[in-house]
Design a protein around this ligand. Sequence first.
Ligand code: GLN
Length: 473
Amino acid sequence: MLETARQYRCSTLRPTELVDDLLARIRSGSLNAFITVDEAGAMRDAGKAEKALKQGSGDTLTGIPVAVKDNICTRGIKTTCASKILANFVPTYDATVVERLRNRGAIIIGKTNLDEFAMGSTTTTSTFGPAKNPWDETRTPGGSSGGSAAAVAAGLCAGALGSDTGGSIRQPASFCGITGLKPTYGSVSRFGLVAFASSLDQIGPMARTARDTAVLYDAIKGHDPSDSTSVPRGYPAIDLKSPDMNGIRIGVPDEFFAEGLSPEVALSVRRGISTFEGLGARIIPISLPYIRYGVAVYYIIATAEASSNLARYDGVRYGVRKEGSGDLTDMYMETRAQGFGAEVKRRIMLGTYALSAGYYDAYYKKASQVRVLISQEFEAAFTRCDLIAGPTAPVCAFGLDEMMDDPLSIYLLDIYTIPANLAGLPALSLPCGFSGEGMPVGMQLIAPHFREDTLLGAGMAFQDHTGFHEVRP
Ligand code: GLN
């Protein structure tokens, strides 16, 4: 992205040229990374950007092609959430993040594939078929923002937006060898993000490098009165010079290197942590015992909120309607029975159960209490360290047909990403190595609330001294 901006400035590349080339590559590719490509809109905006650059009025994002996950609303462009129920939904407004990118001159090239309503880790629950991993097309790019990750890794866009409720930016970033940031809850507006689990959902940027990720984050962050959970405070620009890592304290929790972690992933992440040590960081062993309950807590809270959020798809207000055999209730039931896929139905049922009278205290309330304990545990840890490091996911990208009949084993893969969502903390996934089979490995860094500067700075310092982010599929 920064490199493209530089080429634009020295006139060795023009936005229309780049967009034309990307559109041709998207058309002829087989990754299924996009659900909708806005060819006409992208070419129109490339023309505008070209003019602005010629007149010298452009900024870093002018003419930069960005892909947007298809659960983020785009005015006049279909936003399907990879679900049959929203297959024809065309929003009448742009999400705040999209509006902010457009105002900076970025080009929205298309809408990327995801798991239906962002519920999943593989994109295989997409009604449009799975996206594929550019490193090996028989494997998943991860999920749910798998289309965004695949598109960035394959160079089909300069950067992308994803959403992360339990790991959906970081895990696909790690599976595709790119950089992905889940910002602090409340730092990036959720206005126009189709809600999955509102207390966990967060939009964030994905790009090849931590610097490009920082540029996108800078463009989308900040208070938005249209989102009641958006936090009004100062959001200083991220410094793109990498900081001195000398004396930075990096906490490494035992629990992040426990049973179930692939030895290859463990090795690359340990080496990544040593790289930081080589740069002068102090490594501090810590313990976060409550995070072992993270997956259980998440799959109660997320499904409970999803069951409530998805009640709005009733065939009346949004999307597709299927007439039933008789009355209004039949129409509701038929619409939802035909409109939602199996995983979404599973979540709605689990969530409804967890919220029902008699079970609420045992499940939802208990989960909310443990969530507080997890937050407090992080707070205590951050008195002893500036960042926490570990793996992003316990494994590398796996085959598209693996584990699909076993939802629980897929849920368990979210073990390292979920805690940051439960505590609302910012977290970054960075490429830190490759498996024996040549698949990328991701390292996760977690920072205190609103310390995206520390997080992205550490990412920049790491990438100034390693080359994993430069390897192309
Ligand atoms: N894999 C997790 C889930 O299935 C996370 C999804 C997400 O972050 N959107 O819920």
